[in-house]
Design a protein around this ligand. Sequence first.
Ligand code: ADP
Ligand code: MG
Length: 413
Amino acid sequence: MWESIQSMCLHVVFILFTILIYQVFFKEREEKRKKIRSKFFLFMLIILVFTMSQPVLYSEIYKYDFKAVAIILSFLYGGKRAGFAAFLALLVTGYFTDQRMLILLGNYTVFCLLLLPVTNMFHRYRIKGKVILISFFYMMIPITRGIFLQLKGDHRQTFFELSSSLIVLATLIAIVYLIENMNEQIEMKQELIRTEKMNVVSQLAASVAHEIRNPMTSVRGFMQLMQKENLTQEQHLYISISIEELDRAQEIINQYLALAKPQTDQYETIDLTSVIQQSIDVMHSYAILNSIHITQQVESSLEIEGLKLEIQQVLINIIKNAIEAIKSEGEIWISAAKNSNGFVSILIKDNGVGMTENQMKKLGSPYYSTKEKGTGLGLTVCHQIVKQMGGQIMIKSELNKGTCFTINLPSKK
Ligand code: ADP
Ligand code: MG
């Protein structure tokens, strides 16, 4: 019996080695999953033929091999077509290796049909779920075979049957782990390349944006000079429109630069109460212009750790959005207080147009804006800044009723 177990282990080594060679040297791209993966199928074929032509003969009639593993893997990682192709290959090999064809055909037809739903489920799970699912599925074979042997009163093989099943199961689990882990690593590598590309692009774009700002400043300066000349009313209008548009372009570039800027600055203790006050002061005239009243209730001596200018930028962006949401005649409530859980909560509430669920979902993704002159970068920058300081922005909104932005920032201990 030990000899039989030894030769089973030989199969294990052969199969693991074959899979490893496939994964390292011949792995096909994921996109090909739809089509039959020919190389993967070829490797399964090698395993199938090897394991069936060298079965472990425990007694005269009973042969043990790993064909179930090859079939399962073909279905799981090669797709349904590869699975059925493997099934045909199994029958052909079975014919040439003197297997009992009827039993083979019957057993494996049922086996393959049951494998179909399992294959569908398999890819929905993470690695642990996959292993559990496939283990339960495989155990079906030794259990039915065990029952069959017991019914026949053949007890001699029980022990060998058990140990060989465990070996096959362990092999199957090892292979699933191997393939899944390697797939994960390949995906991670691709993700890394993608983010690296994005990084380079954003760095280049930032430097280009910076270069554009300088000539724009001088163009703006000359435009302002020209405004002082004796021009017709129409010419004056054109120049002020040009300046306005230049400012808009400048604004977009500034926001974009804030987004792409690598963050290396040192954190400092910020007097949040005064930062909020300053931000409200900055936006005050803009609010008055739109006949909007700002009510505030800010606790004194609120302190956080962070970057002063950035947090001010967050507040100004959100207050500006609130004003723009109201358009004219309305109310903005701003409050800030320390929570019991060590966070400072800043609430900025307006009674403006509000948003639908769908709009809320898109919020904060770059360049999403419903405004004619919007950049759609304001909130993206806000999210990035707040997240970096260990905080969080939460948004509640109701269409035509208003919106409430809550900024939570860790308070200074
Ligand atoms: P922008 O202000 O340039 O459009 P933002 O990123 O600041 O870009 O805002 C994105 C979008 O989110 C806005 O265009 C607007 O549709 C929506 N939004 C933001 N704040 C509010 C608010 N307080 N009320 C209603 N909609 C808002
Ligand atoms: Mg905005």
